[in-house]
Ligand binder design. Structure first.
Ligand SMILES: *Cc1c(COP(=O)(O)O)cnc(C)c1O
Length: 405
């Protein structure tokens, strides 16, 4: 968690003058630091970091990632297209969709993007269509419960993601009968992994399965690295994970004719802490039981608290030395729309600016126009100056796709 009010690195006044509120702000240097930390933690392996861009897809962020030398993990044709527009080479993109039309998969594969298949029937169709001419990666479900939250955990037995490790013999029959080339194996067990050992158990299963696939050039261990949201939160110890996973990979590579690369696809880890969401307090309302502070935003802009019960640390930038009082921070959407319950925050007055931390990942990218509200602006701070990287929407944007009959 990056507390902007404490370290004072965010030029808040300049940002608000440039873009107004509400506004998403991303600090490029924090993204760079996070990437460097991950690379360092895995430095003893041939590692490739594929940024999982569904977390945040603004072109400025994608271009920054490309500049910093990451690849891209995309989950839709449109994310692939945004990646290409931002300058990524198709070879540097991994396509990891779920339940999409076969035509979409083929369209992406024919662009030269690495595809990742997570269903046996799709694998079979792909083999029938392309044989061994397009190498594919297979997404395995190792059935481990890694993450802490039902909605973001993807590796468990009921999950729709991946091909079960119990179906590997079936996979091998499909691969052999169509002479398919399998160049990668993948797992992604969900977000918020706290325990490196649980992650490593899943990784171990991938290493075991990998022995049946001679053409592999990479093993992709997905992501799910947890970042700190609360001031006293523990995050994934990526250094411990890196040391253990790299150690295991070099043992594995010693048994192979061709060494495989280690791929990771962090989303949240790279961008969550880089982001701050700035809002302005419209109303302070004392009811019989609670003091509400209502801001000029809602779950239409930041849905994580309502959708995942997620915690975002909130600070009052306009009154940093104020007495702390207990508030419920709410939005303007006309249904229950709560960002934070019973939160101690420096005394809030109407007009104050509140900063939401950890707003880089799954903030703007999950924003909508519900209540016919305009989606916010986005700003990137780089080299000490603030750049508008998306203007606030206008009424014209809301009706652009409508047709009058
Ligand atoms: C969402 C997603 C990620 C990124 O998850 P984070 O928790 O943001 O790191 C990685 N890989 C795949 C396949 C995903 O769908």
């Amino acid at each position: 968690m990056v507390d902007v009010s404490q370290d004072g690195t965010l030029p808040v006044d300049a940002i608000i003058e440039l873009a107004g509120t509400p506004v998403y702000v991303y600090q490029a240097d924090i993204i760079e630091q996070k990437l460097a930390r991950l690379r360092n933690a895995f430095a003893s392996s041939p590692v490739r970091i594929m940024y999982a861009c569904k977390a945040l897809t603004n072109g400025a962020v994608l271009r920054l990632m490309n500049e910093l030398g990451t690849g891209l993990d995309a989950v839709s044709l449109q994310e692939v297209q945004l990646g290409l527009r931002a300058g990524f080479s198709p070879r540097n993109i991994l396509f990891t969709p779920s339940m999409i039309a076969f035509e979409e998969l083929c369209a992406v594969a024919e662009m030269g993007v690495q595809v990742n298949i997570d269903t046996i029937s799709v694998l079979e169709r792909f083999g029938t269509t392309y044989g061994g001419s397009i190498p594919v990666c297979i997404r395995i479900n190792p059935h481990i419960m890694a993450g802490g939250n039902d909605r973001i955990s993807t590796g468990h037995i009921d999950s729709k993601f991946g091909i079960s490790i119990h179906q590997i013999r079936h996979v091998l029959r499909v691969v052999r009968s169509h002479n398919m080339s399998i160049n990668g194996l993948h797992m992604h067990t969900g977000s918020d992994i706290l325990n490196a050992d649980v992650f490593l158990q899943g990784a171990e299963l991938l290493f075991e399965i990998a022995e049946s696939f001679p053409d592999l050039t990479f093993l992709d261990f997905g992501s799910g690295f947890k970042v700190a949201y609360k001031p006293d939160d523990t995050a994934t110890d990526v250094e411990e994970l890196g040391a253990k996973l790299c150690g295991r990979l070099s043992e594995f590579n010693a048994t192979r004719e061709r060494p495989v690369e280690l791929w990771l696809e962090p989303g949240k880890f790279l961008v969550s802490e880089s982001g701050t969401f700035l809002t302005r307090v419209n109303v302070v309302k004392q009811t019989t039981s609670t003091v509400f502070a209502g801001v000029d935003s809602g779950f239409n802009h930041l849905i994580r608290p309502m959708l995942y019960n997620a915690y975002h640390h909130i600070t009052n930038l306009s009154n940093p030395n104020g007495v702390h009082r207990v508030y419920s921070i709410v939005g303007y959407i006309c249904e229950t729309d709560t960002f934070a319950w019973d939160r101690k925050i420096a005394e809030i007055r109407e007009g104050d600016v509140l900063a939401f931390a950890n707003a880089g990942a799954y903030g703007f990218s999950m924003a909508s126009n519900y209540n016919s509200r305009l989606r916010p602006a986005e700003v990137m701070v780089r080299g000490g100056s603030a750049h508008l990287i998306r203007r606030r929407e206008t009424l014209e944007d809301l009706v652009r796709t409508e047709i009058e009959s």
